[in-house]
Design a binder for this molecule. Structure first.
Ligand code: GLY
Length: 569
């Protein structure tokens, strides 16, 4: 009692430093000795675990999980979208498969500018919103290079789940209900996902026979079916019939690209992450580089000092993102300059230790209102999974349809949803996309080009040994969310469960708003307001998942706020 009174007195004097806003998770991380899968949908996580237990490696499991999610998590799991796969093999070599969607051959720079000069909604909804899908090619490429099990065997669970159905849980029922407006515009989506006005409730069985047929052909004939076979022909014909852009030639020409992962050091750890056309990986390295040496960590996680310096690093990265980042095949992205120690020191030195640096004065753009951000449903758009196997191979995959349920279009007879990834391009310089992100020439639309992404599957090592696999969905908040979980693990020594559950913050330079998740110490918030931050609440800052390897054990964390699952053996 006496101690409490004294403590309360001390807190009144130094509230911010003593109560930095840290709240430990009620959950302990799941641990396992041999292999682990963390995914955002439980059935798919179990599919991955079964592959590992039957002797498949992490890449085999990733292929199986990727296709299973296309059935059980249709809001984001997909064969009609694209993404990134990062693998670090047990021999220490790392590889990155870019299977991001590509703009169709008929795409053009101003295709989403209306007669009034403003961007239309065509980049988000309907047949014209889709880039050429990359997921099937991406998984096929990874399988060909590093897989050990038969392709058809790895797709069998997905075919089975689509054919025989699975039990809808509350999360899926809620995601479908939340996307009614998107899905009801397309007759096939309305029929399949909304059952023509009687959407699936939790506990009901959801069967997808057309998707089962498509997956069955891909299982039997490989990625060829999707890019040159029956699926390709039907997809291109449907596109032509509905004013879409993707042709058989686009599909045939699509390539998954092997890129060198970006790598950098931070506080004794090696960070291996996504290169452009991800902006996220460069963002992670840039923000870590800016933070390094600021002492931001001295008062603990979510302290005023930690939030201030991290936010300032975020703002500087997002300003660079808008100008310099795009598909490196089409735009000379100045990666070296943006990550050079000298440049990072300049950016670091521009931070005022006591004041927020306002976003004003940097190139203007029409931005999403604060309210639009707060109310955005997070984050059934995009999904991420991490897998580590008994040999020590690690895989981190983030892939997406962009918006939840993508463009809302399901290809008739094929049963899969199409992406609206074209919205990740800068449709008009300075005009924000769905995530409020702005861009310029670097990310302008060109045929064949891949839109800039925030997705950044990341693997962290220490002394050449695997330490962490991490990633998230969440649009523009992916990068800031993943950054914070890396800081929590490295600088604040948290286990992955505490790290992913800790409340997070997000700032993307424009709008000039610092978003805070629920759970921050009010004294911290008040101090940040005094420093000049315009603070708004936000539901989620990405949905981060992580595996940490230490002391011969794998520890997994998936946010208690959501429905993911960690499984291991
Ligand atoms: N579609 C979201 C992203 O790639 O950042």
């Amino acid at each position: 009692m006496r101690f409490r009174t004294v403590l309360a007195g001390i807190c009144a004097l130094f509230p911010v430093v003593l109560f930095p806003g840290f709240s430990a998770s009620a959950k302990t991380p799941v641990t396992a000795r041999h292999g682990m899968v963390v995914a955002q949908e439980p059935i798919a996580a179990d599919v991955g675990l079964a592959v590992l237990k039957h002797g498949g490696n992490a890449v085999d499991a990733a292929v199986a999980v990727g296709f299973a999610l296309a059935v059980t998590h249709p809001a984001a799991g997909n064969i009609g979208g694209g993404g990134f796969l990062l693998v670090r093999l047990a021999n220490g070599k790392s590889y990155f498969v870019d299977f991001r969607e590509a703009a169709p051959g008929k795409a053009s720079r101003n295709m989403y500018i209306g007669p009034d000069g403003k961007p239309t909604k065509d980049s988000l909804f309907g047949w014209r919103a889709s880039g050429v899908p990359g997921s099937v090619k991406g998984f096929a490429e990874a399988h060909e290079k590093w897989g050990t099990k038969k392709w058809a065997e790895l797709l069998a669970p997905a075919v089975n789940l689509a054919r025989n159905g699975f039990t809808v849980d509350k999360t899926l029922a809620g995601e479908i209900a939340g996307s009614t407006a998107n899905l009801e515009n397309d007759p096939e989506s309305k029929r399949i996902f909304l059952r023509d006005g009687k959407p699936y409730k939790a506990g009901e069985t959801f069967r997808q026979p057309e998707l089962a047929d498509t997956l069955g052909r891909i299982a039997a004939n490989g990625a060829r079916d999707f890019y040159e076979g029956e699926t390709a022909r039907k997809l291109a014909a449907a596109m032509a019939a509905h004013g879409g852009l993707i042709t058989e030639a686009d599909l045939k020409n699509y390539r998954a690209i092997d890129r060198k992962p970006l790598e950098g050091g931070y506080h004794g750890y090696e960070i291996i992450t996504a290169p452009p056309p991800s902006a996220g990986g460069l963002g992670i390295l840039q923000m870590l580089g800016i933070l390094n040496g600021t002492g931001f960590e001295s008062d603990g996680p979510n302290s005023v000092k930690a939030v201030h310096y991290t936010t300032e690093a975020m703002r500087r990265f997002y300003a660079d993102r808008s100008e310099y980042l795009g598909d490196p095949t089409y735009y000379d992205v100045p990666v070296q300059q943006l990550l050079s120690p000298r440049y990072l020191a300049e950016r670091r030195d521009s931070i005022d230790p006591a004041r927020a640096t306002p976003a004003a004065g940097i190139q203007p753009g029409r931005i999403l209102s604060a309210a639009a951000h707060v109310n955005q449903r997070e984050s059934s758009e995009t999904t991420h999974f991490n897998i580590v196997d008994a040999q020590g191979n690690a895989v981190a995959v983030t892939y997406t349809l962009n918006n939840s349920f993508g463009s809302g279009v399901t290809v008739p007879g094929l049963g899969f949803l199409l992406n609206d990834e074209m919205d990740d391009f800068a449709a008009k310089p300075g005009s924000p996309n769905m995530f409020g992100l702005i861009g310029a020439d670097a990310n302008a639309i060109q045929p064949g080009k891949r839109p800039l992404s925030s997705m950044n599957p990341t693997i962290v090592t220490r002394g050449g040994k695997l330490f962490m696999a991490v990633g998230a969905p969440g649009g523009s908040r992916i990068t800031t969310g993943v950054l914070q979980v890396i800081l929590d693990a490295i600088d604040f020594h948290m286990n992955p469960q505490d790290a992913v559950d800790l409340p997070r913050f997000h700032d993307q330079w424009k709008p000039d708003i610092l978003y805070l998740q629920k759970g921050f110490n009010p004294d911290v918030e008040a101090a940040l307001v005094k420093m000049g931050y315009n603070i708004q609440p936000i539901n989620d800052v990405a949905r981060v998942e992580a595996i940490i390897a230490r002391n011969g054990l794998l520890e997994g964390g998936t946010e208690s706020r959501h429905n993911g699952k960690v499984v291991g053996y």
